[in-house]
Every structure is written in structure tokens, then in C-alpha cells.
Design a protein around this ligand. Structure first.
Ligand code: EPZ
Length: 418
């Protein structure tokens, strides 16, 4: 199994290009189920989760071509496909459950495995299912599968109990081909939702209000192919910026706008960084040792849970004590015992971590547990003295494209070892 070896202590300096967003690309690729003619997507990142999505769509009987070097995918769902997403694929990647909405909307049926729990929390899909029921789907649970059917989905008012990203995506993709108008309320406002809406509009969907809590959709009878470019990955960008600051360096990330990252940039500033915001890049420079800064994760536009672990790595070397509260997932502190192995002083009380900053961390062998936890170990390893070996790198490969290459471009001493 691959490992990443880091010789820490080098301040990162330079610029890198951000990849296409994983969390936008996955539902956008899946949305091609809805279109009657082929869809071309650009800036698709070459990630393990993207490869799993192609596997899933091919399994359904779609044609899928991916030019990984160009980041170009062409997908086509013929008039009849299989509507079953098996356990083996859904287990590998929970985002697979967003095939439910588009399969139901275009083909009137879907059989999708329940994903089960995962490393960061229970993550049920009850909000997805109740939204689809409100749009007229009949849902049964049998043998670990969701079996959903609807002769024709009907537009409706759908209020989500919580602004769940996945439930908003499933409801949007169902409503675009429903008969009549829908209003989705208490929706997730994440930029990735707006990107999905952009892709659906490019296919001919009528959607307004994405990016706000109420999304209005006028159902249409069919959708066509499109040519659409996926947005830049704000979490990948935030991770490299955090690494720049933790190492006392200066890093610019090209290929995404500052507004998507604002809640994180504000916290970097509070921690003493200088931030340059631009429409197409973001740059941060460390102003000496970071200052302790408290953070609470919230749905967008709040501080993203997907940056919590990396921010904690930064706080592990800050001056003073910071309090980091995780409100989105109930078990997202798996990185804490590993950060402690580097000498970090972190205490967990319920959903809150109290981080007493240390002047210096010391390298050690570590175990990656989930995607963002792994990213935080890399950030910490980059500023720790000596060698850090991060095991189980496959977690990182789910969400960070060519991570060693990008880090080396910033001057990091990093290599992948077999
Ligand atoms: C998306 O997951 C992202 N994944 C996650 O990124 C991200 O952490 C999360 O949104 C929050 O921003 C993708 O976009 C592929 P939710 P999702 O539904 O859609 C509870 C990463 O590291 N909930 O907004 O699954 C749920 O358990 C990943 O890139 C229910 O209770 O997140 C959680 O506590 C990890 N019932 C909260 O809501 C439901 O039916 C938010 O989940 C749905 C969700």
C-alpha cells in the first residue's frame, strides 16, 4: 500500500493550479443520466472517486470515456439502462446515492444500495428519501436496498429538514424532469450546488435560486447533452493554503475565486495571515507563527467541515489555545490521535477539540483514516521537524489530484513510496 514520506520544516512557496472540484464533479457526472444525448464535461479531476463514478455509470449501461490528462469526460445514457447501483460500488463511495434522483426522473425506477455508516459519521439518507417521496416517488427498503419507483414524478414543495448537500442534489435532479413546478426549501447553498445547477441548465433544465435556500424548478419533458466545465476545488485550494501558512510560507492557488473560500480566508486572517483575494486566484502569506483562532463548522456560507481537520493542523502550531467545534458530522476527529503522535496537544470534549498550540511538531509514522483527516496529517507533517510517513494514502487519492507533484512544486520534500 502506498505511503507518503515527508521531510518537514520547509516553508512552502509558489503557485499551483487548483484541480476541478471533486464534490462538484461527482454529482455533475451523475447528472448525465438525465440527458438524452451525450454530455461533455471538462476539468474533471483524475481521482479515485471520479473513477468509481465512471465504474458506476458504466455498470448502469452508460457509455463513459475519460481523458484523464485533458480532464475531459464524455458520458451518454441510452434510452434503456439498468437502474441498479450495487452495494460494492455504493459502499466504496457514498456519493453514488445521488443516482436515485436522476434514475427516477428519467427512467421511473431505481434500486440503490443503502450506503451504511462511514468513518466520519452515520450519514443516513432519510432526507434524500423524504424529498423524493414528496416528488411522488414510492420508496421501499428491502435487503439493504432502496427500491424507488414513480410513473412520473410530480413537481411539489419540498422542505428539507437540514440543508443536506446530497439531499439537495438528489431533489434537484429529480425535480428537473418532474411534471410541473417545484420549490425546494432549506436547501444547501454550497457552491457545488450552484455548479450542478449550472450543468443542469446547460442541459436545458429550468432552475432558479440555486445558492439561496429556496430553489425553484420548472420541470421540462427532456434534457439534452451539454458541454460544461466543472468549478475549481475550494477544499483542495484551502488545504494547500493551510499548508503554506502552517509552514510559514507564501502560497498562491490559481483557478478559483475567493468568494467560495471566504469563511476560511477570514479565519486565516484572524490567525495572522495576509490574504490577497482575486477573481481567479487566492494568495496567503504567513505573518510569523499563526495565532490561535476558534472555528465552528457550519453549512455554507459557514466554515466548511471539509476544512476542519486541515485548520486544526494549522492550530496545532499556533500561539495560544483554540477551540474547534464540529457541528456537521458526529465523528470527524479521527485525525486527532494521529496529530498527537506528532506532539500536538489536543483534547476532545464531545464535538469540540481544544488545541493548545506547540511551537514545533516532530515527525512520526501516521495512519490516514479518511480523506480530510489524511490531508491534515500531510499539513502537519509538512511543518513537523524530521520525517513523517503517512500510511494508507489511498484515502488522499480519493480527493487530491497529483498531491505529491503539487506539493513539490511549492518546494516541499515529499515522495510517494510503495
Ligand atoms: C457532502 O456530503 C460532501 N460530499 C462532503 O464531503 C461534505 O463534508 C458534506 O457534503 C458537508 O459539506 C460530497 O459532496 C460528495 P450532507 P453529504 O448530506 O452530501 C446528515 C469530503 O471530504 N444527513 O450535507 O453526504 C449527515 O449525516 C466529503 O469531500 C442526515 O442525517 O453531506 C451529516 O451529519 C466528506 N440525513 C449532515 O446531515 C440525510 O439524509 C450533512 O450531510 C442526509 C444528511
Amino acid at each position: 500500500m502506498d505511503k507518503i514520506r515527508i521531510h518537514g520544516g520547509v516553508p512552502l512557496r509558489g503557485a499551483i493550479q487548483v484541480s476541478g472540484s471533486k464534490n462538484a464533479a461527482l454529482p455533475i457526472l451523475i447528472s448525465s443520466i438525465l440527458a438524452e444525448t451525450p454530455c461533455t464535461f471538462r476539468r474533471v479531476p483524475d481521482l479515485q472517486d471520479v473513477r468509481t463514478t465512471f465504474q458506476l455509470l458504466s455498470h448502469l449501461g452508460m457509455t463513459a470515456q475519460f481523458d484523464a490528462l485533458q480532464g475531459r469526460a464524455v458520458l451518454h445514457a441510452p434510452a434503456t439502462i439498468s437502474c441498479e447501483a450495487p452495494y460494492d460500488l455504493v459502499r466504496k463511495m457514498r456519493a453514488s446515492v445521488v443516482v436515485l434522483g436522476p434514475l427516477l426522473a428519467r427512467f421511473g425506477r431505481a434500486k440503490v444500495s443503502l450506503p451504511g455508516g462511514c468513518a466520519i459519521g452515520a450519514r443516513p439518507i432519510n432526507f434524500h428519501l423524504s424529498a423524493l417521496e414528496k416528488l411522488g416517488a414510492k420508496i421501499e427498503l428491502e435487503g439493504g436496498y432502496v427500491i424507488a419507483s414513480a410513473r412520473k414524478l410530480k413537481g411539489a414543495r419540498v422542505g428539507l429538514e437540514f440543508p443536506s448537500v446530497g439531499a439537495t442534489e438528489n431533489a434537484m435532479m429529480a425535480a428537473v424532469l418532474a411534471e410541473g413546478d417545484s420549490i425546494l426549501e432549506n436547501c444547501a447553498r454550497e457552491p457545488e450546488i450552484m455548479d450542478l445547477a449550472g450543468a443542469l441548465r446547460a442541459m436545458g433544465a429550468k432552475i432558479e435560486g440555486d445558492g439561496t435556500e429556496a430553489i425553484r424548478i420548472q420541470g421540462v419533458s427532456s434534457l439534452h447533452g451539454c458541454d460544461y466545465q466543472v468549478m475549481g476545488d475550494r477544499i483542495e485550494a484551502g488545504t494547500y493554503l493551510a499548508a503554506g501558512l502552517a509552514t510559514g510560507g507564501q502560497v498562491r492557488v490559481d483557478g478559483l475565486g475567493a468568494p467560495e473560500l471566504e469563511s476560511v480566508l477570514v479565519k486565516f486572517e484572524e490567525a495572522g495571515a495576509t490574504v490577497v483575494r482575486n477573481e481567479s486566484f487566492v494568495e496567503v502569506a504567513a505573518g510569523g507563527r499563526p495565532r490561535a483562532t476558534d472555528v465552528t463548522t457550519l453549512p455554507f456560507p459557514g466554515f466548511p467541515t471539509d476544512m476542519q481537520a486541515q485548520f486544526m493542523a494549522l492550530m496545532a502550531v499556533a500561539e495560544g489555545t483554540s477551540v474547534i467545534k464540529e457541528t456537521i458530522f458526529e465523528n470527524r476527529f479521527m485525525h486527532v490521535p494521529e496529530l498527537s503522535r506528532l506532539g500536538a496537544d489536543i483534547t476532545i470534549r464531545g464535538n469540540t477539540a481544544v488545541v493548545k498550540g506547540k511551537r514545533q511538531l516532530k515527525g512520526a509514522p501516521l495512519m490516514a483514516t479518511d480523506l480530510r483527516a489524511s490531508a491534515s496529517l500531510v499539513v502537519a507533517g509538512l511543518c513537523a521537524e524530521g520525517e513523517t510517513l503517512v500510511n494508507r494514502v489511498y484515502h488522499l487519492d480519493r480527493g487530491y489530484e497529483r498531491i505529491e507533484e503539487k506539493l513539490r512544486a511549492l518546494g516541499a520534500r515529499v515522495e510517494r513510496v510503495k
